[in-house]
Structure formats: structure tokens, C-alpha cells
Design a protein. Sequence first.
Length: 320
Amino acid sequence: MSAYAYYPGCSLHGTATEYADSTELVCQALGIELHELDDWNCCGASSAHAVNPWLALGLVGRNLHLAQQTGLHQLLLPCAACFARFKETQHTLRHDPETAAQVAYVVGAEVPTDLDIEPLLAVLSQPAPLAELRAHLLQPLTGLKLAPYYGCLLTRPPDVTHFDDPENPQTLDNLLTAIGAEVVAWPGKTACCGASLALSRPDLVHDLSGQLLSWAEAAGADAIVTVCPMCHSNLDTRQNQIRHAHKGDYHLPIYYITELIGMALGFDSDRLGISRHVTEAATLLAQKLTPVPTPISAPALTSLAGGAIFSENAYEVSHG
């Protein structure tokens, strides 16, 4: 079992609770132990660095200090926007000692620069979790054609993120293949959805997100799969707005990768939070997948990693 300091970020405690729930369930099942940072704060994604660079560095710096206090060297982040801010801050502190000293003064404590900051995709793709996943598939996603969507922050800039290929990443593709889905080739896997411009320039978000939906449909995808709460929000919740803006008539389900891994492992779709989506997403899975005899839905579950019995209390998922 691998242990990680865990930074969920604001979205997973707010608008993306389905991502939080499915992340914790999947990590439990695959032997990934999460220790949520005590008293963590917002990292400033996605606008703090444009408004006040010192605030942006200080916000992440404090969280890095909290991660150090766990005694764990690896820090896991599900949110692509949070991952980008953490990696940018770490890069700055490593290469600018004067700034690092000033940020430590603002934070009031040492800010480490040597933590291994990992996106959830990277952790799920490591040999041990991937072996558990392949060994315990109860409901392969055979028949589903999926468009893997990384967004614009997870792999760029490459000298900062150090994750996958910046133009044609494969980590999400490989995970989807591992759970039995067909991955479609499409031009939008690293394109921008408009991110937080949904508030200030919704017209741009309608254009950018509408283009992504159009590309996915043209490629024959049944759905889009992402790891970014902001991307999920724009693509899932704004399809009706895109229709009203005459940018296309789309009804395409948008899933988090952890929701689909959870389905493949036999978890109940409601427990994974799929029923909370704005664009209806449960029907496609019911139509395409072969039902498991008894979906995993009760609080007490049989661990797929090692056969031990665990529950939400017995198996530690620390919430600070």
C-alpha cells in the first residue's frame, strides 16, 4: 500500500464532490492511502497569480509546508488546475532563492521544494495500482468509445509539469484502454475549454467548449473523460448555454476518470456521484455496460487490494 499526502482542492469540496467521492473510493480499492492535509487552503487557481503573484506563491507555499508536516514525501492532487499551480510554485522556489526566502517569510515557516507533486493520473498509472485494476475488473467498459481530455494545464509548460507529452499525452488513454474502453483519436485532448473565463467571457467558453464537444462527436465518441473540475464544469454544465448560444446541440456525457474506473471495479454509479452531473450521464453506462450482479454500494466493502475488509471508518482516508 502506498501512502500520499492529499490535497483535494476547493472544487472537490464544492462543485466537484463526485470527483472527490470517486477518487477516494478508487484509491481505497487500489491500495492508495490518502492523508488529507490538515487545514489546507485554496491554491489560488486559476486567477490569483494574475492578480497578485505573491499571494499565489504564498497560498501554495503554505500548503506545501502542511504537506511536509505529514511526514510523507509524495503529494497527490486530483485537480489539474491545482497541480499546475503547485508545480509552478515549486519551480519558482527552486530556481529563485530570493523569492523562496520571501515566500517562507510570508508563510511564516519553511516551504519545501523537494516534495514529489503527482497528478492523480500519474499515481493511478503506476505499476501496483494498475495491476490491481487489471486484476479486479468486474465490469469492463467494452463498447464505450471515449475521448480522453487532458485540458491545457496538466502537461504544460513541460519544463514545469514534467508530466507526459505536452501535445499528445497517453496516460489517460492507457488507463481507459486498461478498463476496456475504446479510445478515439481526436484533436481536442489538450485544447483549452475556456476555464474560469466562464464568468467574465462566457461567449469565449461557449466557443471553446462547443468546439471540443463538436470534435468529440465528430470522432465518434460516446463521451468525454477528464481529470479537471473546471473542464468538467464547462463541458458538463454549459451544454444548455451552448445550445442557446447556437453553438451546437450537444447532449454528450462528461465523466471523471475515477468515475469510470469505479464503474469498471463494480461500484454503484450513484455512489460514484454520476447522478449529480448536469448533462445526464447514467443512461449511457446502463445501455452500454453489462451489469454486475451486485454493485458495490454499502459502506462496508471488500478491499480489492489484498482482500481485507474495510469501511469508511476502518480504512483511513484522513480528512484532517
